[in-house]
Write a protein that binds this ligand. Sequence first.
Ligand SMILES: CC(C)(COP(=O)(O)OP(=O)(O)OC[C@H]1O[C@@H](n2cnc3c(N)ncnc32)[C@H](O)[C@@H]1OP(=O)(O)O)[C@@H](O)C(=O)NCCC(=O)NCCS
Length: 135
Amino acid sequence: MRTVRFEPDAAWEHALAYPDCPCHLLLVAEDGGDIVGWCRAFPGDAGEAAVTVGLGLRPSHRDQGIGTAMLRQALDWARRVGCRQARLTTREDNARAIHVFQRCGFRVAGRADDGLLSMTCDLVDLGFPEQGGRS
Ligand SMILES: CC(C)(COP(=O)(O)OP(=O)(O)OC[C@H]1O[C@@H](n2cnc3c(N)ncnc32)[C@H](O)[C@@H]1OP(=O)(O)O)[C@@H](O)C(=O)NCCC(=O)NCCS
């Protein structure tokens, strides 16, 4: 999943150096031994019962339910470890991602001038009532 645009921040540096640290979750999707997708849940600021999440699939493996399945797994993990909210940002023209995020319980929390959308998911009563997708 290497990309020239990836510049790890402090949370990524920690996750990559200490993959077994219980403060975060890193998931990968594999196909025939190749990593084809990833999903992360990183802790929010100190004292917050919140996580930030992100995910991505190789183009060849999109629209097969993998992203929905990984995101649901990450949200379930966050809820079980006591987090009350999940957050993410995405581009407001990323219709597929927004569809997946809303299906998993995210709602729009804010819009920035740079085309980025903030979304949050309340984990307290998370039950995935809308079980669409092929996960
Ligand atoms: C966004 C992403 C993670 C979703 O994962 P995925 O495995 O492709 O998603 P799923 O297969 O679980 O679900 C895709 C859904 O989006 C729908 N969809 C596809 N293209 C769409 C579009 N242009 N507009 C709206 N919905 C769209 C699919 O029909 C499907 O919904 P359905 O099951 O109700 O039919 C993945 O596509 C991806 O990696 N995209 C590029 C990176 C990215 O955008 N990451 C998120 C940025 S924060």
